[in-house]
Design a protein around this ligand. Sequence first.
Ligand code: UDP
Ligand code: GLC
Length: 382
Amino acid sequence: MKILFLDQSGKPGGAELCLIDIAKPYGDRALVGLFADGAFKVLLQQHQIPVEVLATQPIQVKKQSNLFQALASLKQLAPLLFKVIKIAKKYDLIYANTQKALVIGAVASFLTRRPLVYHLHDILSSEHFSQTNLRVAVTLANFFASLVIVNSLASQKAFVQAGGKSELTAIVYNGFESKNYQIPDAEIKQIRQDLGLEDKLVVGHFSRLAPWKGQHILIEALAQCPPQVTAILVGDALFGEQDYVQKLHQQVAELRLENRVKFLGFRSDIPQLMSACNLVTHTSTAPEPFGRVIVEAMLCGTPVIAAKAGGAMELVEHGVNGFLTTPGEPQELAKVINSCFQEIEITATIADHARNIASQRFDVAIINQQIAQLLDSRFTNK
Ligand code: UDP
Ligand code: GLC
């Protein structure tokens, strides 16, 4: 089966990193069409995945756009649409990985009579999207998609609640290559040394810098932890959240935590950095659709504390393979961080258990098989 994958982003967010793993097994039988140039294209090339940037200018519709703004962008979409239609004729299936890809993919699917798969990586609720964007996504998925792959039960529930047809959906979690997360002790020691963290208790946060990812919650919690507890914030403002970045720096200064918070920016050595942490925290203030960083921390054998909402609740069972805290509650987070550092043995047992379960449950080979079976069973003879 030849697949045309479509993704609107030039930047490597979680949905894009997930797409790398999905497209890879298809080799030359796949093409990833992007609506923006950037680091994601380079990553795809490094993985030998055929990629083409299809849009010549960025698409202006935002997650909170109203109907008027959405309609105004249609004119701008025409050249992109023509390109996609031309390419889609050479493929058996269109696989839309993001919402704008769904819009273009739906029209192209209709006009070329190629089936459409929508991989939904988002919780379609008003906490994340404008009413217009919600309605557009659900309506297009209902009318044009033959299959909606959802990244968690939480994303599925929100889709159905927003009016999506449940019979279209299939839950497929993100897959991971567990051996990429096994880092030798010497390498871990070196990283801690390079970052000047040898004698610290290091709490890591690995997300793009965005208000709903809640880095401010960790900073506030840190102020309630003993002085040897230090945080590293790994990630950048991928989608223009510069105000938030400024606020975070201001918060650190106001709390006099300059020596205990390190902003490392976007990094490609996530397994190494996560392994160098004593604890990883996930602090999203709105429900996380899936939460790749939670699974990645587990695969590194680093204990993880996640915000109790959305997909994170499908990944973490409190006290069994990690810890859950109420979203947006820094005091509670501080309490759990402190107890993890006090009860070292229990915490280590939980992290070990998490690593074992995660390496089986999210094995990329099994996840890819699930996707292949879904596609084969619905779109046979291709
Ligand atoms: N990530 C990365 N470099 C960074 C920060 C994050 O490669 O500096 C990766 C991280 O390891 C994870 C992904 O970005 O695989 C983020 O995915 P997640 O599902 O946690 O959140 P999203 O940003 O997609 O909402
Ligand atoms: C999205 C979601 C994130 C999820 C990722 C991969 O970017 O925000 O929670 O882990 O997609 O499915």
